[in-house]
Design a binder for this molecule. Structure first.
Ligand code: GLN
Length: 563
């Protein structure tokens, strides 16, 4: 077994535990260690697949088709490793396993209890991954906030792990040290209480990561150390930063990685952060800029589009540009106001989504982008609405639709495939995970990717209906990507347009800081080109254009607070 670092959070939620865990992973990996990360979610849903993005944010899909918590996206982006279904464990899965065993009679008449049965199953999942991953360090993040009823079995399981593997398990606790304006100073009491809560259940944290608006004075750190029973060097400040990608640098300066390495007795040199620092510098100091509209229905819950926002950060950095995102609520768009809402954009993107609401607005947005030559990028549902729009307005099938929105449509250009039609359950009927896609020679997709075959992740139920393929193609639609081994359309594009491409998969899930997704990178390049053609320049000017003003609606642009 390798070493285990357990990351917990206290005081309030949304302190950025996921980013903290991912940042530690990055730092240890930069020291040459093999790292893996796992998220334990205390809710009773078996996976976040059936949870609304309004409640839970984006569902992150892994290569093996698991629908997981969005923190796994941070883990993958920060460490570059690909995760699987074993890297996200929910209380729902734990109870599901235990109840099935109980029904099978596996417990031989014994009473089934939280301790030891639930805690044993949690430990089994943690240790199982430690073993199979062969990681030097396995970082385990426990969701929720210390003090929640739901997270207790997970904390208890980790307490036992420490007892059983004393030198191999370390506890890192993320807390908040708020600045109280009326008092004119920061307050350590919430941190003290949160640590007290942990100690009551037998866990003494080894390291505190203290989120605060301002740097903490030595005095404050000493006070926290004294009251929380830690050496002062283990009280590490996590000051607010402009971009989440700066967090590893902040932690490194605070001494986090050297402390973890020392406490766990690991042999590891200084971290090589040159590539990371270079990436952060490019994010912080753009030379160019453009504005892309995201036309979706979860636009006020930015967590729902986490990976898309990050993919634009990566693609922007690759083009030395800042991509400003304008969030357009799809329900508000129609043919009459499209020019007003979208006319000054350099690119339009329609993201994935489920359900009928806002569909007509998305179709209107696609039509506007297609007719005006604005670069268009469709993701999943964004490809389906692009197909419907083409069928309606280019081919002339006024009532073409997807059977998801209109089961009686005369031309269901997007439909369930035969093998899916009798499935009634909502969970478990989707095409999920990684599939190979063959790219058409001479196409925009092939040029952008620079290769003939790619693998991309899916999460959808409906497909392009091949019955209509020939008719759509005869009017100019190009099918430039097809699933390898199955008759499924993966990419469509329009050659008579500056940049119009839509994909059935979710490319945003595979974008990384050092490896921006090729389609995002090329879309941003096209958007910058349009901006130059339109305005004569795409130079980045802080504060110049109205959309460059401090727009609280826009979390794509610094300064943003660490999530
Ligand atoms: N609702 C569509 C489907 O199920 C698209 C899904 C998505 O965009 N992720 O096929």
């Amino acid at each position: 077994m390798g070493k285990i670092v357990v990351v917990t959070g206290g005081v309030v939620s949304s302190l950025g535990k996921g980013i903290a865990a991912a940042s530690l992973g990055l730092l240890l990996k930069a020291r040459g260690l093999r790292v893996t990360l796992q998220k334990l979610d205390p809710y009773l849903n078996v996976d976040p697949g059936t949870m609304s993005p309004f409640q839970h944010g984006e569902v992150f899909v892994t290569d093996d088709g698991a629908e997981t918590d969005l923190d796994l996206g941070h883990y993958e982006r920060f460490t570059g490793i690909s995760l699987t279904r074993n890297h996200n464990v929910t209380a729902g899965q734990i109870y599901d396993t235990i109840l099935s065993k109980e029904r099978r009679g596996d417990y031989l008449g014994r009473t089934v209890q939280v301790i030891p049965h639930v805690t044993d199953e949690i430990k089994r999942r943690i240790l199982g991954l430690s073993l199979t991953s062969q990681a030097d360090v396995h970082i385990v993040e426990i969701g929720g906030t210390v003090g929640d009823i739901e997270s207790l079995p997970f904390l208890e399981a980790c307490r036992q792990l420490r007892l059983e593997h004393r030198r191999d398990v370390l506890f890192v606790h993320v807390t908040l040290v708020p600045f109280i304006r009326a008092a004119g100073e920061v307050k350590t009491k919430p941190t003290q209480h949160s640590v007290k809560e942990l100690r009551e259940i037998g866990i003494q944290p080894d390291i505190l990561l203290c989120r605060s608006e301002q740097p903490l004075t030595g005095e404050v750190r000493e006070k926290i150390a004294l009251f929380c029973n830690l050496p002062t060097e283990a009280v590490i400040e996590a000051t607010d930063v402009h971009s989440i990608y700066e967090v590893p640098q902040v932690f490194h300066h605070g001494g986090l990685d050297s402390l973890v390495v020392r406490e766990l007795g690991l042999e590891a040199g200084e971290p090589d952060l040159r590539a990371w620092n270079d990436f952060v510098a490019r994010v912080e100091h753009p030379e160019h800029s453009c504005v892309v509209g995201v036309v979706g229905k979860y636009t006020h819950v930015r967590d729902a589009y986490k990976s898309i926002i990050e993919a634009f950060t990566h693609a922007g950095a690759a083009n030395r540009a800042r991509v400003k995102l304008r969030w357009v609520e799809s329900e508000t768009v129609d043919a009459r106001n499209a020019a007003h809402l979208l006319g000054d954009l350099d690119g339009v993107l329609v993201p994935g989504g489920f359900g009928e609401r806002g569909i007509e607005g998305k179709i209107a947005a696609v039509q506007y982008a297609r007719e005006r030559g604005i670069p268009y990028f469709g993701l999943c549902l964004g490809m389906q609405v692009a197909t419907i729009e083409f069928a309606r307005h280019v081919v002339g099938w006024q009532e073409a639709n997807s059977s998801e929105f209109e089961p009686q449509a005369p031309q269901k250009v997007i439909d369930l495939m035969n093998e899916q039609t009798d499935v009634t359950e909502k969970g478990g009927t989707m095409r999920l995970g990684s599939y190979k896609c063959q790219l058409k020679e001479g196409s925009l997709a092939r040029r952008a990717y620079g290769k003939a075959e790619v693998q991309e992740r899916h999460r959808h139920r409906y497909e392009f209906n091949n019955r209509y393929a020939a008719q759509l193609q005869s009017r100019g639609l190009v099918i430039s990507g097809k699933c390898v081994g199955r008759e499924l359309v993966e990419i469509i594009e329009l050659p008579d347009h500056p940049w119009f491409l839509a994909v059935q998969f979710h490319p945003e899930l595979k974008s990384r800081p050092y490896e921006p997704h090729p389609l995002f990178a090329d879309f941003v390049r096209a958007a910058l080109e349009r901006r130059r053609a339109r305005l004569g320049s795409d130079a980045y000017q802080p504060g110049a254009a109205p959309q460059e003003a401090d727009d609280p609606e826009d979390r794509s642009a610094p300064p943003i607070r660490q999530a």
